[in-house]
Write a protein that binds this ligand. Structure first.
Ligand code: NIG
Ligand code: FE
Length: 395
């Protein structure tokens, strides 16, 4: 099966061309074959003998979004907590424990059905790869359920048993870490690719975080970390030392943190939905990018700090409030997310890479930030298969 998408007004390839890191082409076409991109070129040169021809009628096409940070398997919601926060309460991660209670009480079938609902939601918003963390079980049986359910829908599964210390281990954080690096890791490692820890005052100390990440690494999992969300700390330095793929949040970073990241392969993943939904200050992406840090954007979909699954929304906020250019934000939401997952087969539109593509109902990607909140995602292909849309654009 060969599908030709032609009549593309603006194609973002992320294959660097001179100074243009986004490798943008005009009047372009993309040929898809067997789930991969088979050819990229000028529409005028396209092979019109393909089995299916999609006329983009001048719309913009970009790589599917790579959302490298989400917590999509959980029970309940925390709408009342959000409402109280908007009325003046501060965000503290303690609300996580109420989601833990709701998640432990939910059957697999209920969690699975909800997860599939979220997947349809993210596809409709242009995301073709999503990382999913555990972390709302915090006992061996429930954490195992969460990573197992996540592994049913994505290869990018993260074991986050060290999300917070559960109520039954109150004041016994080290004993909980023993559980995480022992029986819980034994149960979860077979389903996971990544190990993560929330390194923050009120969650895990840097010494505890080191134990968790090193135990995961010893089991073949690759490290990533939640750090600098509620205040500065030593999590960034730890992550860089251990060669973590990504530090996530980075709302509060010291100059030493920024320098360490800039001199490393560790990506800094910004989560604009968190600052939006917690009323914390937005981190300054300009400071990071100008220092040479590789920046990704992700949604951090979760019922507490960021209950959005919309990468277009995060792009719009990053451009408006974090001082990213549109091109930087689009790159961060595609190639940046791929870098945060250490993947080179996604986040780019080039021959031999996965055919994960988004067609916008707009002439340029600028509209994603320029028209916030407007549903501009027209069609979405994952591995060459249409997973959303088909849509509003007249053809
Ligand atoms: O990534 N930072 C820790 N974990 C989540 C918040 C989880 C919650 O509030 O339920 C986050 O923001
Ligand atoms: Fe998170």
């Amino acid at each position: 099966m060969r599908t030709l998408i032609t009549g593309i007004g603006e194609l973002t390839t992320n294959v660097p061309a001179g100074d243009d890191r986004t490798g943008t082409r005009r009047d372009a076409a993309v040929l898809v074959e067997d789930g991969l991109v088979a050819w990229v070129g000028d529409a005028a040169d396209a092979d019109m003998t393909a089995d299916e021809i999609v006329d983009a009628t001048g719309g913009a096409v970009l790589p599917g979004f790579v959302d490298s940070h989400s917590h999509l398997v959980f029970g309940g919601d925390r709408a009342a907590e959000f409402e109280a926060r908007m009325a003046g309460e501060r965000y503290a991660a303690g609300g996580i424990r109420s989601t833990v209670a709701a998640t432990r009480a939910a059957a697999d079938a209920e969690l699975r059905e909800r997860l599939h609902g979220f997947l349809a939601e993210i596809h409709a918003q242009g995301t073709t790869t999503v990382e999913i963390k555990s972390g709302y079980g915090l006992d061996v049986a429930t954490e195992e359920r969460l990573v197992r359910l996540a592994a049913e829908v994505t290869d990018e599964v993260t074991f986050l048993g060290a999300h917070v210390v559960p109520a039954e281990y109150a004041d016994r954080g080290d004993a909980y870490v023993d559980l995480v690096v022992g029986p819980m890791l034994d149960a979860c490692a077979p389903h996971a690719k990544w190990i993560d820890v929330f390194c923050e005052t009120g969650a895990f100390t840097v010494a505890q975080s080191r134990r968790v990440l090193e135990a995961g690494i010893a089991r073949g999992l690759a490290p990533r970390i939640h750090a600098g969300q509620l205040g500065p700390g030593d999590g960034v330095q730890l992550a860089v030392e251990l060669g973590a793929a990504s530090v996530d949040h980075g709302t509060f970073l010291t100059d030493d943190d920024v320098a360490a990241l800039a001199g490393s392969d560790t990506v800094l993943t910004l989560l604009p939905g968190v600052e939006f939904s917690t009323r914390q200050p937005y981190p300054d992406a300009r400071r990071l990018i100008d220092a040479g840090v590789t920046v990704a954007l992700a949604c951090d979909t979760n019922p507490g700090s960021s209950f959005t699954s919309s990468m277009p929304f995060c792009i719009a906020v990053a451009v408006r409030d974090m001082r990213m250019t549109v091109a930087e934000a689009i790159w961060a939401a595609t190639a940046g997310g791929a870098a945060a997952l250490r993947r080179d087969d996604i986040g780019v539109i080039a021959e031999g890479r996965r055919a994960d593509l988004v067609l916008l109902d707009a002439p340029t990607r600028v509209h994603l930030a320029y028209r916030p909140g407007v549903p501009l995602i027209d069609r979405v292909w994952k591995d060459g298969v249409l997973v959303a849309g088909g849509g509003s654009r007249a053809r």
